[in-house]
Design a protein around this ligand. Structure first.
Ligand code: AMP
Ligand code: MG
Length: 497
């Protein structure tokens, strides 16, 4: 068997999906397979010829042991509730368990229409497939929880978007595809038994440790589900803090795009910030700036409140008390988020101890960037250089570095009060502040060459470079540089539909 499928979702959650087959592709070509990930997941691709791999990752051949299915979910999209969404262009092939006993979903995206396709064609254009491959793997290499890329194929088919485009299929690996919206679907239908069943399943799969801490308390199952909510809040607080530290903008933080596991999912119109500006929005569909960079923590909390509403019947008989307890958990979110964010930012500044004033130190650095068009990623990478006596690299990023230079003096004073030696601080910073992120212009350049000219060399180099984001690589200077100003001024991302 190529995949040692062990399909708990299909077997245990009848009523949470529709069994379905992929449409297939007329002339598929294998573009990329993540062999390292396949090995890690115990998937035996080496025994397959390329045509066989292509057949699997295009949906033309459903591998043995798979029970392909489309999951149902609902969701708040840009604040408005849709009662039924679901996998409209995706199929869960099944689950595999890796060498460490961790369970992962294997999902095809772009594999054809399903009962949840609504008006859509069930397909993906090749560009967004390649984009998700690049950015999800970059996130993984940066150390941020993320779904991953197992394979990309082109289908040989044309899909109609605003123009005809070549089609593709993406194979995604995720800790699971359970979303806030999955709970919302059953809550909207007041199917409390289903909410409970899904929560029990998700607890077993992602938060089994809370069963141990609440097991003496079986008479009070409400407390277990409250712990479940608290764990998800914690995972999301940590995740969004990591996004903020690295300068990542998700772009469509709808409740159907927020996982219960705490992994980043759905790389549609996402992007990394170039120059620092708190209100940055790249997504062409986000005209109100709902999902702007600086709104992400509060949107996460808003989404978690929607999850709490969906889980409410599980918290106990007394609704007022349940609301009070859930509200307490939600109200703690900003504080937890801030702790994670502060911890991340301290590392970016080479600090190991905590001091009261650190928040103002960080905020003042951000304030010194206002209206300066300073590249966020380069600035943090160059801070360590200042400690090595090379101040010019950071200074050159500013139009006027006066305020920044005063800040540097304060920061160096703060570093002296810390327990780390200078060289340890530099090491910490260089493991925290990447040199290489998926620069918007480099991603676009790679996609253009691949989709328009069938030239995958740039795509390959980009993936290779981004797999080691913290290490200086010879001859890769251009991948560390921000886009030309003209590019930055007009760049928009488009939803990967
Ligand atoms: P997304 O914007 O990728 O999070 O998708 C939102 C919803 O629209 C999900 O239910 C998708 O399955 C559905 N969807 C997106 N694109 C398509 C498509 N081309 N065909 C069918 N459904 C789609
Ligand atoms: Mg989605």
């Amino acid at each position: 068997m190529i995949f040692k499928f062990d399909n708990t979702y299909a077997n245990e959650l009848n009523g949470f999906y529709t069994a379905h087959q992929s449409a297939g592709a007329p002339a598929p070509k294998l573009i990329k397979v993540n062999n390292k990930l396949a090995t890690q997941l115990g998937i035996d691709l080496n025994s397959l010829r390329e045509e066989e791999q292509t057949a699997i990752f295009s949906g033309n051949h459903i591998p043995e042991g798979s029970k392909p299915l489309a999951q149902v979910y609902a969701g708040h999209q840009f604040g408005g509730f849709s009662q039924q969404l679901g996998d409209g262009r995706a199929l869960l092939l099944g689950e595999v368990v890796d060498k460490n006993g961790l369970r992962f979903d294997i999902q095809l995206k772009g594999s054809g229409r399903t009962p949840y396709s609504r008006g859509g064609d069930g397909k993906s254009a090749l560009g967004p497939v390649l984009r998700e491959y690049i950015i999800s793997e970059a996130m993984y290499a940066l150390g941020i929880p993320s779904t991953r890329a197992l394979a990309a194929v082109s289908t040989g088919e044309t899909v109609m978007r605003s123009e005809p485009l070549p089609g593709g299929v993406f194979t995604r690996v995720a800790a699971s595809h359970i979303r806030i919206g999955t709970f919302q679907y059953f809550a909207a239908r007041q199917e409390i038994e289903h909410i409970k069943k899904l929560a029990d399943y998700a607890i077993n799969r992602h938060y089994s440790k809370i069963r141990e801490t609440t097991k003496d308390d079986l008479s009070d199952s409400g407390s277990m589900y409250l712990s479940f909510l608290a764990e998800i809040c914690d995972a999301q607080a940590s995740l969004v803090a990591q996004w903020m530290c690295i300068g990542f903008i998700h772009g469509v933080m709808n409740t159907d795009n927020m996982t219960i596991s705490g992994e980043t999912i759905d790389y549609g119109p996402c992007s990394f910030m170039d120059h620092y500006a708190a209100d940055t929005v790249y997504s062409s569909i986000d005209q109100q700036g709902r999902y702007a960079y600086h709104n992400q923590p509060s949107i996460a909390q808003w989404n978690l409140a929607r999850l709490a509403e969906a889980l409410l019947p599980l918290f106990g008989e007394n609704t007022d008390q349940s609301i009070e307890k859930a509200t307490e958990i939600l109200d703690a979110f900003p504080q937890h988020y801030t702790q994670y964010w502060l911890a991340g930012m301290r590392k970016k500044l080479g600090l190991q101890t905590k001091q009261e004033d650190d928040l103002s130190l960080i905020n003042d650095l951000m304030a010194s960037l206002n209206n300066q068009q300073v590249d966020y990623t380069q600035l943090f990478r160059h801070l360590a250089k200042i400690l090595q006596g090379e101040e010019s690299l950071a200074n050159e990023l500013f139009n006027d570095a006066t305020t920044f230079n005063l800040w540097v003096k304060r920061w160096q004073e703060r570093l002296r009060q810390d327990e780390l030696s200078l060289s340890e601080s530099i090491k910490l910073m260089n493991h925290t502040n990447p040199i290489y992120i998926p620069r918007n212009h480099k991603v676009e350049e790679a996609l253009e060459a691949a989709v328009t000219y069938d030239d995958y060399s740039k795509f390959e180099i980009l993936i290779d470079t981004l797999s080691q984001p913290y290490h200086l690589q010879d001859g890769k200077e251009e991948y560390s540089q921000p886009a030309p100003k003209e590019f930055q001024a007009t760049f928009k991302t488009f939803c990967g539909t």
